[in-house]
Design a protein around this ligand. Sequence first.
Ligand SMILES: [Zn+2]
Ligand SMILES: [Zn+2]
Length: 152
Amino acid sequence: MAGPASASASCIFCQIASKSTTTTLLHSDEKVLAFQDISPAAVRHYLVIPVEHIPSVKHLQRRTEDYSLVSHMLEVGKTLLSRDAPQSMQYRFGFHQPPLNSVNHLHLHCLALPYTPRWKSIKFLSLGSLGFLEAEKLLEKLRPLPPVISKV
Ligand SMILES: [Zn+2]
Ligand SMILES: [Zn+2]
């Protein structure tokens, strides 16, 4: 079998994607789904994952397919947070980079700040620290290069 069914059966996010868990989905379409992080680090903390099993950001490439997947994930995250945490002054969207990713299935962390107190001290979630890659930065890396047009 091709597609998501070929991914590891032990992957918790694949199980969520195949709807075999009781996880409440905040959003789902043919490409991505969103749900609440089980240990929220902020007032609102959502995860957006691709339906397809992609282990990490290292498995994404500079090509239209990957670029549009990540920008779609970001769009879904932004829509959910602006709906559910409109009062938040700050949003954060980013990915963990190996080896700091907790689950080996690509997931976008969507945070509406402030962080919850017990998470403030957790280094890897703080902005700009090693291991947390901002969604916009990743998009820059994946953005397909424009075709070379020679201007005469
Ligand atoms: Zn998976
Ligand atoms: Zn993570």
